[in-house]
Design a protein around this ligand. Sequence first.
Ligand SMILES: [Fe+2]
Length: 599
Amino acid sequence: MSDNKPTYLLGLACFYHDSSACLLKDGVVIAAAQEERFTRIKHDENFPEYSVNYCLEAADITLDQLSGVCFYEKPLWKFERLLLTYIQEWPRGFFSFLKAMRAWLNKKLWMEHIICKELGKVSGIKNKKGKSVPYSGKIYYVPHHLSHAASTYYPSNFKNATVLTVDGVGERSTSTIALGEEQKLTLKEEIVFPDSLGLLYSAFTYYLGFKVNSGEYKVMGLAPYGTARYTKEIEALIEIFADGSFRLKPEFFAYRYGLKMTSSKFAKHFGRPVRNTDDELTQWHKDMAASLQQVAEELMLNLVRYAHKQYGGKNLCLSGGVALNCVANGRIVREGPFKNVYIFPAAGDAGGSVGATLYVNSIIDPKPKAKSIETIYLGPKFSNQMIESFLQDSGIKYDKIDTAADRAVKVGQLLADNNVIGLFQGRMEFGPRALGNRSIIADPRKPENWKRVNIKIKFREDFRPFAPSVMADKAQDIFDLRGVDSPYMLLTAGTKVKDLPAITHVNSSARIQTVSAEDNKPYYDILSAFNDLTNCPVVINTSLNVRGEPIVWDHIDAFKCFIRTDMDILVLENFIINAEEVDKNFFKTKFELEVFADD
Ligand SMILES: [Fe+2]
């Protein structure tokens, strides 16, 4: 820019699930957040007004300083796919058609108008009649899978890479292979709707009684408890081709035309009806989850091997919702043909806002960038001053620690004394994982901690495992990571030691976060202090929230989570709150919080 003013691009992903916004300044992502954290509605799909507001505030700019707004898909392409599908299936999809059309006619068909209007509301600028002035700048629409591809290629810092995106469905594509060459991203091949690995996984998520678009993690967590004895039966639903592509046999799936994922023929094929959410999870369900997981891993590996055979290279970038399957990712790293693998941490649709802006930026300013993302801690942070005011105003007892070094030692000691700790510090993570700034941490050597954190703190299913955070410089001694790092908790690998029951899955694997001082010094220092006392460089790390709620975003939410659960300690930046000194019931009433049955 000749006037040396920075260029700002705002990214948006919304109106399906996991709405988000991000802000690029001169090609670098400086802020990003998911709307669910602010609204407390899990997977919130609405226009991300709070996230947009946060992004603008983080840069201290107003809407009129934006060079453009980038949307993570092309709505009309999606509408066209829907219409064509309903025409092909007619009259089968009549009720689903009515439901879809209502949403499109009310909102999605007028996307530009809606986006401009909603942005105008966020800006707060009013006309003479007191109405918000809509945004009137440029809006760029980036195809959904190109957004996914850009979200992983540009942050990877690979000069050249093969980029594989796999999800449920974008506009039409369900998987794509693109090439990233010298900052230029080119789509090469695609698999299109209705053939979709993401929708196959979601169909089984539905069949096993979990919620589509959020319960997929649970199916993955259930799989190690089963034996993959039904892979042949699952493969009978799929035609797999030599190039890694596949076709789902349409008679077994109902998502093209219905409000359900699977057809009656699907249930007949497996000999059991769809599981109701509250029904018992039997060994059969666990075996089905294991079988599905194995088939999904093989399909992913097929795609990766094909992409390498066809396009060569040593670098692979992965994105799309299926790239959140950390067990499949672990196998791609260990067994796949690529030397280096990068997976964007917000690989699901929330990351689309980042991808859309990075793609548009690569077109309008194609100069190579040193780094397009410097950290994944892209959300809001809260000062010690703000936190202390809240604690004092609310009459909450606390200890204040003056220095970062003292704080790390103190928290390390509390962990070694077997306290379960809520850790709230620094900027909020972007993506589905808590990576040490909005986390619950505990000693992984104690077998009882797994059950305690699962049942008394997270209030969630007891089969779900916890992930470990480990000092990056000690990770290879403990986990079978084959020399790679896993900074975003996106890889599963075997454990080499036997004394970490709380983070080791029944199949001896763990979903690992490697923590370096460069990525997160305060967190690394806590792990290091714990290691000094115990010779254990690993902690349990699970997100700071209770079941069914999004991860907390501010210190007030963190405190509310603390008093609703059996946590021992809450660390809010430099302040330490001990459950023994807080009357949790008093504060539950004060904050008008739901009281859990087992409290
Ligand atoms: Fe997607």
